[in-house]
Design a protein around this ligand. Structure first.
Ligand code: E4P
Length: 235
């Protein structure tokens, strides 16, 4: 569990849809945006333009995650440099948590580059990325569930293993499909979570709440007239 004094769970938006980022970034207390090659492909268009567009919306201080493409460590390091050149400071380079990736993470962390070991399906795989020097490790909760294993369980085990060995890495849980998965991990004190727009909105979507808010507005309209809030009444 999270110790007292730790910061609250970081929350990221997992999309490259610029209109959705613009809309949701205004509303929710978000810490940044995560992407992967699949997300960029789903959005379509020029990936460089899309990544630059995200940075423009969220500003230079928010954290942005972008993934390397090559499968060899040297290529990953080259891609990491290009990603940093494109997106500037406050960028975390996502590197698949595979053997070549562990090497790339080690090389990059020696150079002071912030990395996230991604595509994590098992606790020891994430642990290895953390030991190599990754700042974040990203277990894919729903994809693990879809294999018949326990995505929340893998993430909490990884969280506990990192804490038990005093590694500085943080678990960035990813690939969610429902509120329960996010809520279970939030309760466990997971360091960070990234949600697609529909999952993020689903965290607070509730027709009973909408009805209650509408009832308050109707009650007050009966008292003070339509369109009148406290600002209009007090002046
Ligand atoms: C994080 O950015 C991960 O790459 C992402 O959550 C994976 O999600 P998916 O399972 O929907 O592809």
């Amino acid at each position: 569990m999270a110790d007292k004094g730790e910061t609250s769970m970081e929350l990221y938006l997992d999309t490259a849809d610029l209109a959705e980022i613009r809309r949701l970034y205004e509303l929710y207390p978000l810490d940044g945006v995560t992407t992967n090659p699949g997300i960029l492909a789903r959005t379509g268009g020029d990936p460089v333009k899309a990544l630059r567009g995200i940075r423009d919306i969220i500003g230079p201080d928010a954290l942005m995650f972008a993934q390397v493409i090559p499968s060899d460590a040297e290529g990953m390091v080259r891609d990491a440099r290009a990603i940093l050149k494109l997106l500037g400071d406050n960028t975390v380079v996502k590197v698949p948590a595979v053997p070549e990736g562990f090497r790339a993470i080690r090389l990059l962390s020696k150079q002071g580059v912030r990395t996230c070991g991604t595509v994590v399906y098992a606790p020891m795989q994430g642990f290895m990325a953390a030991k190599a020097g990754a700042e974040y490790v990203a277990p894919y909760v729903n994809r693990i569930d879809n294999l018949g294993y326990d995505g929340v369980g893998v993430s909490t085990q990884l969280h506990d293993m990192i804490a038990a060995h005093h590694l500085p890495a943080k678990v960035l849980a990813a690939s969610f499909r429902n509120t329960q998965q996010v809520q279970d991990l939030c309760r466990h004190g997971i360091a960070a979570a990234t949600c697609a727009p529909a999952v993020l909105e689903g965290l607070v979507k509730n027709p009973a709440v909408d009805g209650a808010v509408r009832d308050f507005a109707d009650a007050f309209a009966g008292l003070a007239g339509e369109e009148n809030g406290m600002a209009e009444l007090v002046g």
